[in-house]
Design a protein around this ligand. Structure first.
Ligand SMILES: [Cu+2]
Length: 378
């Protein structure tokens, strides 16, 4: 289809077709009407300017700024190791009952410096809390809809239709679609063990998910897993101008966050990553690590890894567990190997031991304009 500068400008058209007239390019905004949030894409070429790339503009967000995590109410560095075990008590049968209360709220969040997004959240954060249970327990999740829109909680796992969070099913028993001001308690067994997810299932589904209504759901095997430094990474993205294509890509919501704050891990100690892809509007996502390989456990439902690799591809709702150790000190990049996503926020670093404090941000600034200007010491 020929490019027509009079039509609405989307990031995808910008990236896919370099022939757009400059005035049309200058019109790209990452948020609806936000002044400081206007992406400085016009005429901005790749920093290195290699032939063939120079005409591709980058979204550069707001130079010199960092995301206000306090205003967001959650911090991606803390989200990594934040597991919500709920409350437990032992039933007469001896079985453990584990329960949570999850409240849906509408909330504006900042997904990259200066780029705000009107999110819909579980418990005020995106991704929602990482719910963690043990195989065989009875789980109870009281869901309160304090949003202005109908929502549900649809858990991946094995359960009855009534507990499926599916609009139209179980509505006569209080389930199905949960209207604003209503609540419902989901109850099901913790099975099978593995890494799962939950999300809203109200139509239009892509919009409800993309707004931020999702989270990781871990069921530990009865015998547990070997001790490790455990990290949760939810790969997501944000369609900040509502054109059904993402402008910002991330792990745990904030683009480039783990470039600005590398994830500190110990050398020669086991690291376990719970990796979930919830990205809407793009068919696949991926995770690649530099200078290392990991054992991969698809869906975490087997205790034997399926692969020893450095790159994994996930479609939406696919997830898996990565186990690795870092044998050497240094800053090691990880990123989507969909390079377009990497340059729009889905990039980060592991910091192992005590490397130079300069390396991560300096290295990243070599290939992409960073929100805060790039290249300054981390
Ligand atoms: Cu919803």
């Amino acid at each position: 289809m020929p490019q027509n500068p009079d039509q609405g400008i989307s990031r995808r058209r910008l990236l896919g077709g370099a022939a757009l007239a400059a005035p049309a390019v200058a019109g790209l905004a990452l948020t609806r009407g936000g002044d400081s949030a206007v992406a400085e894409t016009a005429g901005r070429a790749h920093r290195n300017g290699h032939a063939g790339h120079a005409e591709f503009p980058h979204a550069t967000f707001a130079a010199g700024r960092s995301v206000d995590h306090a205003a967001n109410g959650f911090h991606p560095t803390e989200v990594l190791r934040d597991f919500d075990y709920g409350r437990t008590r032992r039933l007469g049968s001896g079985r453990v009952l584990r329960d949570w209360e999850i409240v849906a709220h509408d909330r504006e969040i900042e997904v990259a410096p200066g780029v705000s997004y009107e999110a819909w959240t579980y418990n005020g954060r995106v991704p929602g809390p990482t719910l963690r249970a043990r195989e065989g327990e009875l789980l109870r999740i009281r869901f309160v809809n304090a949003s202005e829109h109908p929502h549900t909680m649809h858990f991946h796992g094995i359960h009855s239709a009534l507990m499926d969070g599916m609009p139209g099913i179980g509505g006569n028993r209080g389930g199905g679609q949960i209207e604003p001001g209503e609540s419902f308690t989901y109850e099901f067994d913790a099975t099978p063990f593995g890494l799962h997810l939950y999300h809203c299932h109200v139509a239009p589904l892509a919009a409800h998910i993309a707004r931020g209504l999702y989270g990781a759901f871990i069921i530990d095997p009865k015998q547990g897993r070997p001790e490790a430094d455990e990290l949760v990474m939810v790969m997501n993205g944000f369609d900040t101008n509502f054109d059904l294509a993402n402008e910002v890509y991330a792990v745990n919501t904030v683009g480039f966050h783990y470039v600005e704050e590398p994830i500190e891990v110990a050398r020669a100690e086991p690291v376990r990553i719970y990796l979930v892809n919830v990205l809407e509007y793009d068919p696949v996502n991926s995770f690649h690590i530099h200078g290392n390989f990991f054992h991969y456990f698809p869906t975490g439902t087997s205790l034997a890894p399926s692969e020893f690799t450095d790159t994994v591809i996930q479609g939406q709702a696919q997830r898996g567990i990565l186990e690795l150790e870092f044998p050497y000190d240094g800053d090691y990049m990880f990123h989507a190997h969909v390079s377009e996503f990497a340059e729009l926020g889905w990039s980060g670093f592991f910091r192992v031991g005590d490397p130079s404090r300069l390396t991560a941000a300096a290295a990243a600034s070599m290939y992409c304009d960073l929100p805060w200007g790039g290249g300054r010491p981390a």
